[in-house]
Ligand binder design. Structure first.
Ligand SMILES: Nc1ncnc2c1ncn2[C@@H]1O[C@H](COP(=O)(O)OP(=O)(O)OP(=O)(O)O)[C@@H](O)[C@H]1O
Ligand SMILES: [Mg+2]
Length: 171
């Protein structure tokens, strides 16, 4: 038996962590063999907090993807929240995980700039920082995602959790 990878991707502030944690909590109730892996936590755990260049982002994204596969291969379900918007990472996930659900959290850029949880967008717009995905760094939209969800409002958030849980079909 192989686990399922639920890959929750989107720009900074789109709601990946919020959604991932809620999906994880629900799934854990019925499937003990479930873990949550957040891109920010992965960077902390592995001491890779400093670099956000395109090369560093791709490198970390591939590490996260390989870690997820390592776990699903042992029948662990992984809810993974990470930006990691690279087509080669999406392709790797699809090829390597028997059970794969790719969820694109597509929050409007105006909403992200308003939320600005980490101050990234305001600083990037003022030119104070570089390497912000969606502002001065291009990204690959997931072309073949299983779920493409808007997450601009609280109502959408609630619906998104239901939609993801409905879509997951774990034995
Ligand atoms: N649908 C929603 N409506 C309103 N606020 C939301 C919604 N979803 C998430 N939020 C809020 O937006 C902020 C960013 O959410 P979250 O931290 O989950 O995003 P993220 O995609 O994980 O960001 P990052 O890439 O920076 O880690 C949080 O304050 C969260 O409470
Ligand atoms: Mg997050």
């Amino acid at each position: 038996m192989k686990g399922t990878l639920i890959w929750i991707t989107g720009l900074a502030g789109s709601g990946k962590t919020t959604i991932g944690k809620l999906v994880y909590s629900e799934l854990k109730k019925t499937h003990q063999n479930t873990v949550f892996l957040d891109g920010d936590n992965y960077r902390e755990i592995t001491g890779q907090l400093s670099s956000h260049t395109k090369e560093a982002r791709l490198d970390v994204a591939m590490q996260i993807a390989r870690m997820c596969h390592y776990l699903t291969n042992q029948n662990i379900n992984v809810v993974c929240s990470t930006i990691s918007l690279f087509k080669q990472v999406h392709a790797f996930n699809r090829e390597s995980n028997e059970n794969y659900v790719e969820v694109f959290i597509d929050t409007d850029i105006e909403v992200l700039i308003k939320r600005d949880q980490k101050g990234l967008y305001s600083k990037a717009i003022k030119g104070e920082i570089k390497d912000v995905v969606g502002i001065d760094m291009a990204f690959d939209k997931p072309e073949a995602c299983h779920l493409h969800l808007k997450n601009n409002t609280k109502t959408e958030l609630e619906n998104n959790i239901k939609e993801i849980l409905n879509h997951i079909n774990i034995k």
